[in-house]
Every structure is written in structure tokens, then in C-alpha cells.
Design a protein around this ligand. Structure first.
Ligand code: KIV
Ligand code: ZN
Length: 514
């Protein structure tokens, strides 16, 4: 058998580190959808969650483990038997399970966070990794805050982890502090100096606090790492993680300098990015590399002229290579079921029969009021469809908005299947709506952002509204789309309330404290 020395394993942590992004939260069905999309994208490993963090995380890891047929499914676990048992239990039906256990190794973290001596940490590494290895053949170990760890202690910890059975060693840049040349040397140093380093694969895990996460990850590969941990759209804690799409397209575009390859099907990048953005509620900035709305747009006359003569003048990669279509097939009220299903397929959505029928009904309703439907309209319809699983749903509405009088909003909803109605007056119809809807849950959410944008062009365009709510330091983004901006606003507010409810249930501070 030939060993392919330039094959890099892509470990996607959108559903774990990515889900730790401020404002992000996903329901179980959304996570399953993302997991399927990641498998279709060709990632090698999916970190599906942190099984002990909450029942919701456990359920997500467990269901993703049962769903995926090719991709390895991984759960995070701290260095304790309880965490590792929970991870193993959640992964028990996975075709390729992996347990990922970690402990901090920097002096700062050991003293202040763990309050453990270096020797205690070493024995915890030996104990936790060997315990995990008895439950699973594929064990990854991470030295949290690895890039700020003293070199000798880093080597000693890694040697113990490998000796105890770890097959992948991840060296995280937890706080986004390292630089490309430093990180490359660090990985090289580990491989050269840790006596049993030939028995493990080394992995990069970079945060983007200094905007260096992608460069650092690539530098680690140049230093000998053969796994990269990354997320779609670069979402993640604080400034995020290394963006999968940027790493992959850098490899593909600069094979002369980066002769590495992966199993990623680049043509599926855009659809995966759009899906992650819509389910997490985290918009992609327009100028974001590879997946931003302007990434392939040429505005200046000189550039357009050059592009018409030869696209290579200003294009280092083709839009088609990441899955952008040259022209979109426009849909309208005469488009039938068949055409709609084909369009969904083309956009990367495979809906079950019930879901398809409800999306098709929405499509027909929209086509009645809007002459032409573009791809983004169809995506907005599918997003709305996904929100059908929300516990609270608006069924009817009415708004009063007269000059010189205060406005009023009234809604009929179903909450866990029961009919409820709420109403309020306010300073304009949006204020009245949010006041009315706020009473639906017990908490005191604070409105941090209210943003409206048109999904497509024209005065009949659907409005897509984002509402960000904050409660006790937790933020969520809710989305709603409708041709009526007021309805879209109310839907977005209710979607955010639903997500806040999921977050409230997920809070388990006593478990998460070390
Ligand atoms: O950033 C980090 O250190 C992590 C570890 C848990 C791998 O996410
Ligand atoms: Zn991380």
C-alpha cells in the first residue's frame, strides 16, 4: 500500500467550535442537515458536538453518528471518565467513531484554570487517553492553549498522550496568538523531538483573533501536520476558526506552492456555506474570501473589460469551481412540482416528501404575489420551511399604523401546538410587535440588532429580517422572510425566541466550568 504523504485530513468543527460563535444556535434538525451537507462536501471528520454539555448536544452527536455513512463522527470530551463515557455512548452507532479529549497544558491555564500541577496534568493525560482508547480505536488528544505551552512540557505531554493510545495529536492555537512561522516551527519541532511522533497524525486548530487562522493552519501543514480543524465560513468562538473554504481553495489554486490535497468537493462549497449561514443566523460578510457575495464580482470598468477579453486577467479561480452558477434559472407561478424539485436539488436540498410539499406550497404562495423567483428566494423558502419545527409559530397577524396614533400589533400563534394570542401597542408597528411577542417566554431578552434586507431586487422582493436577542450574556440570531416586512420582522423575533429557549435548556455551567 502506498502512503499518500500529501493528503490532508479535513476535520470540520462547525457543529462544535462553530456553534460556540456568539449569536449562533442550531436546532437538532438543522444540525442533521449541516452534517449531511458536510458529508457531501467530503470532509473526513465531523466534530458533531460536546456530548456531555447538554442533552441537546448528546442527542445531536448520537443522531449524526447514526445518520452518516462515510464520515468519521467525533465528540469532544474533557479529560474525565464521565465526559469520555458520555462521548462513547453518543457515538456508539457511528460507522467511524472518534473521541476527542483535551486538557490545558500552558502554565497559565494549569495554574489558574485547572489549578493542577504539571505532574497532575501528565497523569490526567495518561489516564484519560488510555480510558478513551479502551472505548474507541480512534482517539484524538488536544493540548488546549498548546501554542502558549512551554516547549519541554509540550513534548512531554504529547509523548504521554501517544504512549497512552492517542492516534491524532491536535496542537490548538486556542487564543489565536501564534504566527505562521512560529507555528510551522512548533509542529516541525514536535515531529523531530517527540520520540514516538511517528505513531500519530498531527493536527492544526487555529482561532482567528489576529486574522491569521488560515495562514497558520497552512503553515502547520508545511511543518508536517496532516489534519486541519476548521469551520465553514470560519465561524467559531470570538473571531472564529480557520475557514475551511479558504484553506481548500488556497491548496487548489496554489498547487505549485501547496502540493497538498484533500477529499473536499469544491463545487459544494457555496451551497454548504449558504446552508450554514442560514441555519446559524450568522451572515457572511460581502467581501469574505471565496463565499462572500462580492468574492467573484468585478465592479470596475477596467476589470470588466479585462474579464470580457480573458477571465484569467482578474480571476484566479472560477466561480464554478466553488459551485457558483453562471446564470440562474428563474422560476415563476407556472413552474411545476418537477421544476421546483430540480431547482432544490441544484441548490443542494434533498427534502423529504412532507417537507417538500410544504416548501412547494410556500413557493406557490410566493409566486402568486411575486412575478419572478430567484435562487435566493428559493433558499429563503427552504429556510422558512426549516423554521416549521420551531415550538412557537405565528399563524395570523394584524397591524394598525395610523398617523398621529400609537400603533398596535396582534398575533395568533401556536406554542407547543396550543393556540395563543398576544397583542400590544407601541411606538410604530415593529415596536408594538416585539412588545407583544416578548411576553411569550419568561425571560427578559434584550434586543441587540434589528436588520432588514431585501432577498432579491424589486419592490415585491421578500424582506429578510435578522433579530438578535441577548439574555444573561447569551445571544441568538433569529431570521424571518416574507414579502411583508412587518410579518418578516415578527417571524424573525419569534425565531430568535425559539433559539433562546434552546440555549436556556443547554446551559449547564457546573458541567462546563473546567
Ligand atoms: O480552541 C481550542 O483549544 C479547542 C479545543 C477544545 C480543541 O477548541
Ligand atoms: Zn477551538
Amino acid at each position: 500500500m502506498t502512503i499518500d504523504k500529501n493528503r490532508v485530513i479535513i476535520f470540520d468543527t462547525t457543529l462544535r467550535d462553530g456553534e460556540q460563535s456568539p449569536g449562533c444556535s442550531m436546532t437538532l434538525s438543522e444540525k442533521l442537515r449541516v452534517a449531511e451537507a458536510l458529508e457531501n462536501l467530503g470532509v473526513d471528520v465531523i466534530e458533531a458536538g460536546f456530548a456531555i454539555a447538554s442533552n441537546g448536544d448528546f442527542e445531536a452527536v448520537s443522531q449524526i453518528a447514526q445518520l452518516l455513512k462515510k464520515t468519521a463522527v467525533c465528540s469532544l470530551a474533557r479529560a474525565s471518565h464521565k465526559d469520555i463515557d458520555r462521548a462513547a455512548e453518543a457515538l456508539k452507532h457511528a460507522v467511524r467513531p472518534r473521541i476527542h479529549t483535551f486538557i490545558s497544558t500552558s502554565a497559565l491555564h494549569m495554574e489558574h484554570k485547572l489549578q493542577m500541577t504539571p505532574d497532575e496534568v501528565i497523569s490526567r493525560i495518561a489516564d484519560s487517553v488510555s480510558y478513551a482508547r479502551n472505548l474507541c480505536d480512534d482517539v484524538e488528544w488536544s493540548c488546549e492553549d498548546g501554542t502558549r505551552t512551554a516547549t519541554d512540557f509540550l513534548y512531554r505531554s504529547i509523548e504521554v498522550a501517544i504512549k497512552s493510545g492517542a492516534t491524532t495529536i491536535n496542537v490548538p492555537d486556542t487564543v489565536g496568538y501564534t504566527t505562521p512561522s512560529e507555528y510551522r516551527r512548533m509542529i516541525q519541532g514536535i515531529i523531530e523531538n517527540v520520540p514516538n511522533s511517528d505513531k500519530a497524525i498531527f493536527s492544526a486548530h487555529c482561532h482567528n483573533d489576529l486574522g491569521l487562522a488560515v495562514s497558520n493552519s497552512i503553515a502547520a501543514v508545511q511543518g508536517g501536520a496532516r489534519q486541519i480543524e476548521c469551520t465553514i465560513n470560519g465561524i467559531g468562538e470570538r473571531a472564529g476558526n480557520a475557514a475551511l473554504e479558504e484553506i481548500i481553495m488556497a491548496f487548489r489554486t496554489r498547487q505549485d506552492i501547496y502540493p497538498y490535497h484533500t477529499g473536499i468537493i469544491t463545487q459544494n462549497i457555496i451551497r454548504t456555506s449558504k446552508l450554514v449561514s442560514s441555519v446559524t443566523g450568522l451572515d457572511v460578510q460581502n467581501n469574505k474570501a471565496i463565499v462572500g457575495a462580492n468574492a467573484f464580482a468585478h465592479e470596475s470598468g477596467i476589470h470588466q473589460d479585462g474579464m470580457l477579453k480573458n477571465a484569467e486577467t482578474y480571476e484566479i479561480m472560477t466561480p464554478e469551481s466553488v459551485g457558483l452558477k453562471k446564470s440562474e434559472l428563474v422560476m415563476g407561478k407556472h413552474s411545476g412540482r418537477h421544476a421546483f424539485r430540480d431547482k432544490l436539488k441544484d441548490l443542494g436540498y434533498e427534502l423529504g416528501d412532507n417537507e417538500f410539499m410544504s416548501a412547494f406550497t410556500r413557493f406557490k404562495d410566493l409566486a402568486d404575489v411575486k412575478k419572478t423567483l430567484y435562487d435566493d428566494d428559493i433558499i429563503a423558502i427552504v429556510d422558512e420551511n426549516m423554521r416549521d419545527n420551531d415550538r412557537m409559530k405565528i399563524t395570523d397577524w394584524s397591524f394598525i399604523c395610523d398617523s398621529g396614533k400609537s400603533s398596535a400589533a396582534t398575533f395568533k400563534l401556536t406554542v407547543d401546538g396550543k393556540a395563543v394570542s398576544v397583542s400590544s401597542e407601541g411606538n410604530g408597528p415593529v415596536d408594538a410587535s416585539f412588545k407583544a411577542l416578548r411576553g411569550l417566554t419568561d425571560g427578559e431578552p434584550h434586543l441587540e440588532l434589528y436588520q432588514v434586507h431585501a432577498v432579491t431586487r424589486g419592490t415585491d422582493a421578500q424582506a429578510e429580517v435578522t433579530v438578535r436577542l441577548e439574555e444573561n450574556g447569551k445571544t441568538v440570531n433569529g431570521h424571518g422572510a416574507h414579502v411583508d416586512t412587518l410579518v418578516a420582522s415578527a417571524k424573525a423575533y419569534v425565531n430568535a425566541l425559539n433559539k433562546l429557549q434552546v440555549k436556556r435548556e443547554k446551559t449547564a455551567p457546573e458541567i462546563m466550568s473546567d
